[in-house]
Design a protein. Structure first.
Length: 563
């Protein structure tokens, strides 16, 4: 495994690789636009030299103004063209990184204990990946200009006029990258810490929003606010640390560039006064040459100044790339298949398990007994907490991959090439139902296509959920939010039974469907599941509820997990 800094740089290089050709074209345009300042400075020198020194070879002022304006328009056009190419490339890189991240996280198994909070993923996909844009828009063009423009100005334009000015630039210029590199080590570390704080603050905010009811019931509002304020203050401190380094890098650059330009100005001034007779070729420095090198000295340092201003953009981009590299190198558990819609897997809805075992996120190995489930059968999986009931349901649904053993469904092995088609035949009733940010109708008919009103009413009646919809302010148009606001836990599970009925699944997997419910609500959920089973669906429930288990056709009690 590569060191973290090297891995981050390699990941950043991989992100930029698809648009490298476009960035190279944009860089060439930027460099060409920057180098046009050399003829512009020459035009200014010839024009002003003729006005101030009657004996010197001069350029007509109006012609000089016209040429200067024409070259300026050309520079502006090249800059605009380069900016458009760079902006398109930056958007493509950010969009591609986001798509790759979302695709990877969507295939991550819910059984992965190392899976980050959704708020951290949102922070990475949003504001963190957006930090790649300034790197591509500002730092990369500045880096290309630094590699080309100062050298061309010094060698091709300044050296033929004055070797003394050339030496001044060659001494002052290289000192800047040296000190910038020293500042860069601190910038990278500060940016990495800031990115971590951003993710943690997003996760904390999401946790507090999800727990608002509990916070009010426990009268913990003051404590929650103070904790969030402390986390926000920590992010503020990290952000200020990054800004301090950015200002430091700019200060270093401004110091050396100001000294360099001042030394050139002093030399030119004394040379024109006749106090210095060396530094030029053959003849003393004249007014036109003095104006020319004075106009080029700031242009020599300008790419270096731009690089210093964008130095923290590179540090932020490397920090983001490092986080992506760490995700790439982590052994994330993923679901089987691609999670895409497909035709149902043909064959009988039979399930067989042989020699199955699984390693939990905590590193503990769980082994299950061999068993088979016939089509239309009902089965209760019993056992103490932590024994692996929920993990077994996840494996049966292809939501995780077994370490050892085989699961056969519809007479074929459950694997990457069959998992999506197998899930098309499944219905899932979870312990903590999740709703999309959409209407209740959309949530109930998810995966069922266009559903007639009569069929929807039948499904609600089967789950004894008709009165739940009736009392909601907007009925099927109500938006419950992701946490199911407006319905209790038991009501949410009855709605999930109705959703399963609308899909007409061949197999229903139910994870603790009656946990934490009162007897009446638990009975309603149980009856809904049994009605689906009576309609021909295979029913497998993981439960602690002896009343629910007693209604099943068969029971399997799991023994203590192996070490």
């Amino acid at each position: 495994m590569a060191d973290a800094p090297d891995a981050a740089k390699l990941r950043l290089k991989a992100l930029v690789s698809p648009v490298k050709a476009r960035l190279s074209r944009a860089g060439g345009l930027v460099v060409a636009a920057e180098l046009l300042w050399i003829p512009q400075a020459g035009v200014i020198a010839l024009g002003l030299g003729g006005l101030l020194d009657a004996g010197a070879t001069a350029l007509d002022p109006f012609l000089a103004a016209g040429l200067f304006a024409l070259l300026g328009l050309l520079r502006h056009g090249l800059d605009a063209w380069a900016a458009r190419l760079t902006f398109e490339a930056a958007d493509a890189v950010v969009a591609g990184a986001r798509a790759e991240l979302v695709a990877a996280e969507s295939l991550r198994s819910p059984q992965d204990g190392a899976r980050p909070a959704s708020a951290e993923i949102a922070a990475l996909a949003g504001e963190k990946l957006a930090a790649l844009r300034p790197y591509l828009l500002r730092y990369r063009p500045a880096q290309l200009r630094v590699m080309t423009v100062p050298f061309v100005i010094a060698v091709a334009a300044v050296l033929p006029v004055s070797w003394a000015v050339f030496l001044i630039l060659m001494v002052a210029g290289p000192l800047i990258p040296v000190f910038m590199a020293l500042v860069g080590f601190a910038a990278r570390e500060a940016s990495e810490k800031q990115m971590v704080e951003v993710g943690q603050l997003n996760a904390l905010l999401l946790e507090r929003l999800a727990a608002l009811v509990d916070i009010r019931l426990l009268d913990a509002r003051a404590r929650a606010v103070s904790g969030f304020a402390a986390a926000a203050d920590g992010l503020r401190a990290r952000t200020m640390a990054v800004l301090r380094i950015a200002f430091l890098s700019s200060t270093v650059l401004e110091l050396f560039s100001a000294l360099g330009v001042a030394m050139v100005a002093v030399y030119v001034g004394f040379a024109l006064l006749g106090e210095i007779g060396f530094g030029a070729w053959a003849t003393p420095l004249d007014l036109r040459e003095g104006i020319f090198v004075l106009m080029l000295a700031p242009a020599f340092f300008q790419p270096l100044r731009d690089l210093a201003a964008a130095w923290h953009d590179r540090a932020a981009a490397v920090a983001v790339a490092g986080e992506l590299a760490a995700r790439d190198e982590s052994r994330a558990r993923r679901i089987l298949g691609q999670g895409s819609a497909t035709e149902p897997l043909p064959g009988p809805a039979a399930i067989a398990i042989r020699g199955l075992s699984y390693i939990t996120p905590a590193g503990r190995r769980i082994a299950w007994p061999d068993f088979e489930v016939a089509p239309g059968e009902s089965l209760a999986i019993l056992g103490p907490s932590g024994i692996g009931k929920s993990a077994l349901l996840a494996l049966l649904g292809g939501l995780a991959a077994a370490e050892v053993g085989e699961i056969r469904v519809a007479d074929v092995p459950l694997a990457d090439d069959t998992a999506d088609a197998w899930r098309a035949r499944l219905g899932w009733v979870g312990q903590a139902p999740h709703f999309l940010e959409a209407s209740l109708r959309v949530n109930l008919t998810l995966g069922a296509g266009k559903v007639a009103e009569a069929r929807l009413a039948e499904a609600l009646a089967l789950a004894e959920a008709g009165e739940i919809v009736a009392r909601l302010p907007h009925g099927l148009g109500a938006r419950l939010g992701e946490a199911g606001a407006g319905v209790s836990g038991g009501e949410a599970r009855r709605l999930m039974v109705a959703r399963a009925a609308l899909r007409a699944p061949d197999v229903i997997l139910a994870d603790e469907p009656t946990a934490d419910l009162d007897a009446r609500t638990a009975a309603s959920v149980t009856e809904g599941l049994l009605r689906l089973n009576a309609g021909g669906a295979t029913l497998i429930v993981a439960t602690h509820d002896p009343a629910l288990a007693a209604r099943m056709g068969r029971q399997i009690r799991l023994a203590e997990a192996e070490a």
